[in-house]
Design a protein around this ligand. Structure first.
Ligand code: MCF
Ligand code: FE
Length: 406
């Protein structure tokens, strides 16, 4: 049992409640009580207690979409067009993936330093599995399925083997899950076989990240025809799905993270929301570098679709600093400033926890004691979120399941 308190406590519930001079009573890695610091100490005199003055105590942040395996990438991939980027990935990825060990460890350290305790890690090859399983991070580990060719069996068996290795690491801080790479790269029979034979508590998929992807599915033409013919050597390529809806039907009633969605129409989003338990994951720096666009939040707001921010991987970013990613979103997205800052904080806590199916992301009784503490002289008003976001550089302390991680 321990008591952790601070000058300001951000509950990170949908009302963005702020408590002054408050604390958490922590028992067996969970929040047992939330209340006034002095009163909690009085009523539990034997519990060790710590108070962080001039600080904010909030749920540890959650980065729901990272490709750790590409942490070595600096200037091997081409930016400025999604098409040029994807071509360069096909050509250069082997050299980028080599000797990635040290840079993966640095990327993990960068998460912790930015106050991130939970990640949604997209793993294409399993190179990051043991490093993540042995790290202090709470990880939802998405083995990513990719494969457009038939017969599907060789890819299916290789994936089953990769996922079986992940299942061996299953623990309270390591949840194996499945990612379907994208509509342009995963054969529907393969996706269906994987999703019907393997359980996944949550599914992640890249979705309508480029105009070319939309044109390929909806009009069966454009750059992807050239990509399949000339780069992958497929003689008569056809899209792998008849429509966007057919891709989304793979995920009926599942907890689903759709990543990017830059070229999704309101109709696509409406259908996705109806079909699955949806969260939209937006990666503003990756989107700027690859597709040259920033997500429009208006349709999400109109449809009541929750969103969270993520860094993506160094495959499409210059670092994995989650606080910098949130700040980029603050400057790039069109929305009233103070309210946007609150929504970005809630996206990184409350909504991201729901998206990944984690019992954290909010300082409420029963939640896991995954906590971040930052230096911050607040005023206790809603504008605090904005001022914190503008200046936050690194966490002063980070707890995962009540244990100090940094
Ligand atoms: O989210 C970005 C851009 N969209 C698609 N894929 C990736 C991203 N960052 C890394 N990737 C990986 C993906 O997991 O790049 C490869 C896959 O391994 C592209 S397809 C060969
Ligand atoms: Fe990605």
């Amino acid at each position: 049992m321990q008591i952790i308190g601070a000058s300001w406590l951000w509950v990170c519930d949908p009302n963005f409640s702020i408590l002054k001079d408050s604390a958490l009573l922590i028992q067996e890695g969970r929040i047992a009580q939330v209340g006034d610091y002095a009163r909690l100490v009085d009523s539990h005199p034997k519990a060790p207690s710590v108070f962080y003055p001039h600080c904010v105590l909030m749920p540890a942040l959650i980065n729901p979409h990272v490709h750790f395996e590409f942490s070595n990438q600096q200037n091997s991939f081409v930016y400025g067009s999604f098409e040029a980027w994807l071509t360069s990935v096909i050509q250069q990825r082997n050299q980028v993936l080599r000797h990635a060990h040290k840079s993966i460890q640095q990327a993990i350290a960068q998460q912790l330093k930015s106050g991130v305790a939970s990640v949604g890690a997209i793993s294409s090859y399993g190179l990051d599995r043991t490093l993540l399983a042995n790290s202090p991070l709470r990880v939802v580990f998405f083995d990513e399925l990719i494969g457009a060719s038939t017969p599907i069996e060789p890819t299916l068996h290789a994936f089953q083997e990769r996922h079986a290795l992940s299942l061996q690491h299953k623990s309270p801080t390591f949840t194996p899950a499945i990612a379907i790479h994208a509509p342009y790269s995963v054969h529907k029979d393969l996706a269906k076989r994987v999703l019907s034979t393997l359980q996944s508590p949550v599914i992640s998929a890249h979705f309508l990240e480029s105009q070319a992807e939309l044109e390929w599915i909806e009009q069966q033409k454009g750059w992807f025809a050239h990509f399949y013919k000339d780069i992958l050597g497929v003689p008569h390529p056809k899209p792998l799905y008849h429509s966007v809806a057919e891709f989304l039907d793979l995920f009926k009633n599942q907890r689903l993270l759709l990543v990017h969605g830059l070229f999704a129409s309101k109709e696509h989003l409406k259908y996705a929301k109806k079909t699955a338990q949806l969260t939209l994951i937006s990666c503003p720096r990756s989107n700027r570098l690859l597709s040259g666009q920033i997500l429009d939040l208006t349709p999400l707001e109109k449809l009541g679709i929750p969103f969270s921010i993520a860094t993506d991987g160094k495959s499409s970013n210059y670092n994995l600093n989650f606080l910098e990613e949130l700040r980029t979103a603050l400057f790039a997205y069109q929305a009233p400033l103070e309210e946007l800052a609150i929504q970005l904080v809630l996206g990184a806590t409350w909504h991201a926890a729901w998206a990944l199916g984690l019992n954290n992301g909010s300082l409420q009784t029963g939640k896991l004691a995954d906590l971040a503490i930052f230096n911050f002289k607040g005023k206790g008003t809603p504008a605090d979120a904005l001022h914190w976001l503008l200046h936050a550089q690194k966490a002063k302390a980070l707890y995962v399941g009540g244990e100090l991680a940094i």
